[in-house]
Ligand binder design. Structure first.
Ligand code: URA
Ligand code: URA
Length: 292
């Protein structure tokens, strides 16, 4: 006879294993070094075990906590714009409500009107479209990339090319939909030949992204690759060193991870990104939900 704790722990290990299998399969990873291949029989075994546990008498696992909790209102202090005096921010306690950046009440339309038919930096010369931040303006999770590529420039939407399709799979692997999150770039015009934007180009465009962040106030921002990370955080080290470790942007948790374009070039790094995104998901599952 299993105790409730043992059953819960068993279920949680199964859930974890199953999610990892789905992620690897989705992302086309056949074999991760040092781990067994993602085989159909293993998947079936997990499914069978899950079914048998679910059918056995014992505590009912509803699995709805994360989504229902989303509607709960946040404590007063969570959305307050009081100075950063809370010990939670001093010690970076993951479970404690951070003191947030001041909430902005402007709309994305107002920000985009300010951007206008932008000629602030030379990147306007070769663009087809300005690629604005896309997605849910009340998102708890935001992704920031570098700059549009050819597909994004043509369609006026961020992350719609190959790297974008991989990003969509990564989002789905943590149980979210692309429409739920917010997706933006440091620069909104495509740099020629997909080179990274120069610091000057980035500094012209970034203030608009920061204004959008102040409007949305996501709980977590995932910065994809070096350009995004170094533009949002004052960090000298590279993404390979810093990835997987939560950073802070004015009280917003920031998770640096590899850029999906890099994962396309080196698929073996998908495992690290999965580890990083699991931390993000776990944080979102446990962080207090705020009013939107
Ligand atoms: N790479 C990026 O950094 N951003 C996009 O929107 C597409 C590809
Ligand atoms: N360098 C980057 O800029 N991004 C990555 O994801 C990896 C290396």
């Amino acid at each position: 006879m299993q105790s409730e704790n043992e059953t819960a722990e068993f279920l949680s290990i199964l859930k974890e294993t199953r999610e990892q299998l789905v992620y690897f399969k989705e992302l086309g990873v056949e074999r991760i070094e040092g781990e067994s291949p993602v085989s159909r029989s293993m998947e079936t075994a997990v499914r069978q075990a899950e079914t048998s546990v679910a059918e056995s008498p014992g505590p009912q696992i509803t699995g709805g906590a994360a989504t229902t909790a989303r509607a709960e209102s946040a404590p007063e202090s969570y959305t307050s714009d009081s100075p950063a005096s809370s010990p939670a921010t001093l010690f970076g306690d993951l479970a404690a409500p951070p003191v947030r950046i001041q909430k902005s009440s402007e709309s994305f339309e107002e920000i985009w009107a300010d951007i206008g038919d932008c000629t602030r930096c030379p990147l306007y010369q070769e663009r087809t479209n300005i690629v604005h931040t896309d997605g849910n303006h009340k998102a708890r999770l935001m992704f920031v990339g570098e700059a549009p590529g050819a597909d994004e420039d043509a369609q006026a939407r961020p992350f719609v090319g190959r790297a974008g399709q991989l990003l969509t799979k990564i989002i789905e692997a943590i149980g979210m939909k692309r429409e739920e999150v917010l997706i933006g770039n440091v620069n909104r015009c495509r740099p020629p030949g997909n080179r990274p934007p120069t610091p000057e180009e980035a500094s012209m465009c970034k203030p608009f992204l920061l204004r959008e962040i102040a409007v949305v106030q996501p709980d977590v921002i995932v910065v994809l690759g070096n350009t995004a990370m170094k533009n949002l955080l004052d960090i000298k080290q590279g993404i390979t060193r810093v990835r997987g470790q939560f950073q802070d942007y004015h009280g917003v948790k920031v998770m640096p991870t590899f850029h999906p374009a890099y994962l396309l070039r080196d698929p073996s790094k998908k495992k690290e990104t999965w580890e990083d995104l699991k931390k993000v998901r776990d944080y979102l599952d446990t962080a207090p939900k705020r009013e939107t």
